[in-house]
Design a protein around this ligand. Structure first.
Ligand code: MG
Length: 162
């Protein structure tokens, strides 16, 4: 059996008034935030789902149900550290992460390094092991219409014990 696992993750949250916009654990100034049970950090959710997928543990909705009051408003970076602990418990460590955030606005480039740092710290890895890119969709689709934010992630896990 391979000592390497890959996982992909995808998440979407809708923009909503009266909510903070948190992506990659960074609070970003914007007129709208993202709706959700937790802090609605779509980027971190995509990373978590990628890791959970690589572990073949289902999805983050199963691990952290949005019907559970324990997760209301919780920091997704905190949940990411729990997913890291799960990976380690299963005998795997995260060796690489790449991501794409899809949003028409706001511009995310000024926050990218901080997002990489936050994700890397929660996973116990270096900034160089975490990629964060951002793109628009040229006005097409729900992201292009400014209705929400999408995020994609790919991770590579390596078995540390057999
Ligand atoms: Mg989510």
């Amino acid at each position: 059996m391979s000592d390497l696992r890959i996982g992909i993750g995808y998440d979407v949250h809708a923009f909503a008034a009266g909510r903070d916009l948190i992506l990659g654990g960074v609070s970003i100034p914007h007129e709208l935030g993202l709706a959700g049970h937790s802090d609605a950090d779509a980027l971190v959710h995509a990373v978590m789902d990628a890791i959970v997928g690589a572990l073949r543990e289902g999805d983050i909705g199963r691990l952290f149900p949005d019907t559970d009051p324990a997760y209301k408003g919780i920091s997704s970076i905190e949940l990411l550290s729990r997913v890291r602990a799960l990976a380690e418990h299963r005998g795997f460590r995260v060796v690489d992460v790449d991501t794409v955030v899809v949003a028409e606005a706001p511009k995310l480039a000024p926050y990218r390094e901080k997002m990489r740092d936050n994700i890397a710290r929660a996973l116990g890895i270096e900034r160089d092991q975490v990629g964060v890119k951002a793109t628009t969709t040229e006005g097409l689709g729900f992201e292009g219409r400014g209705e929400g934010v999408g995020a994609h992630a790919a991770v590579l896990l390596e078995r540390v014990e057999s």
